[in-house]
Design a protein around this ligand. Sequence first.
Ligand code: ZN
Ligand code: ZN
Length: 265
Amino acid sequence: MVLYDMHIHSKFSFDSSMEMEDAAERAIAAGLSGIAFTDHLDVNYMPDGSDVYYYFGDYLKRVNEVRAQYEGRLDILSAVEVGLQPQVLDENIERLKGYEFDYKIGSTHLISRVDPYDGSYFKIEPEKHHAYKRYLRELIKNVALYHDYNTLGHFDYIIRYAKFDDNMMRYSDFRDEFDELIRLMISFGLAFEVNTRSYDKTEMDLEVLKRFKAAGGETVVIGSDAHRYNRIGLGFEKALEYIKACGFRYIAHFKEGRPVYDKIG
Ligand SMILES: [Zn+2]
Ligand SMILES: [Zn+2]
């Protein structure tokens, strides 16, 4: 089947040193049809308030070179993962102005300027329900404020870095938040990302994706969030099982800002 990894970080991202060609070779070896380089634009991300970014012009030139190099063997898509925070809305719009990408992800990495990545968030919020709820409320606030992208990135990002006995984020524990989030996603036409990096140790609660479908959501995208080439395409069989179990018969990739649907099977 046609299968794209729609979330990969090349060395244009501050936290990856991956060459685009190495990613492409790995993707071909893994039997993928295409990949998207979703490098980070994270304004006001660093503890000192500085930004994580790169020159989109250089990036797009490089993607075009690699796309030409792999033509007929692997589809190479230009993309960006836009870091969302309530105070960076205008700056994101300004930075992205004038650049065309095949695909854009909107992701919440920071809660009140803290990334759960290094564990410090869980020192501030040691109780699971409160910690997760606060993340979801932040996510909802960000999506309500800014939604000029195709897909909501890793809705349960926080579960990767939690160290509870049970890290799973369940619909039944956060009904109000998920109902609100899904309502916003549907109204802004955002796709649902199954980000396999979140499910190394913890399962996804399928009820969240089922609710998205029941609310009219049609577009689901899979991404590995690979920062190293050996993660590309990882966990995709499980992701496809999740998506099928929720009643979807197609997954999507994006080209020139529009979804293309690929039959699961
Ligand atoms: Zn991310
Ligand atoms: Zn990412």
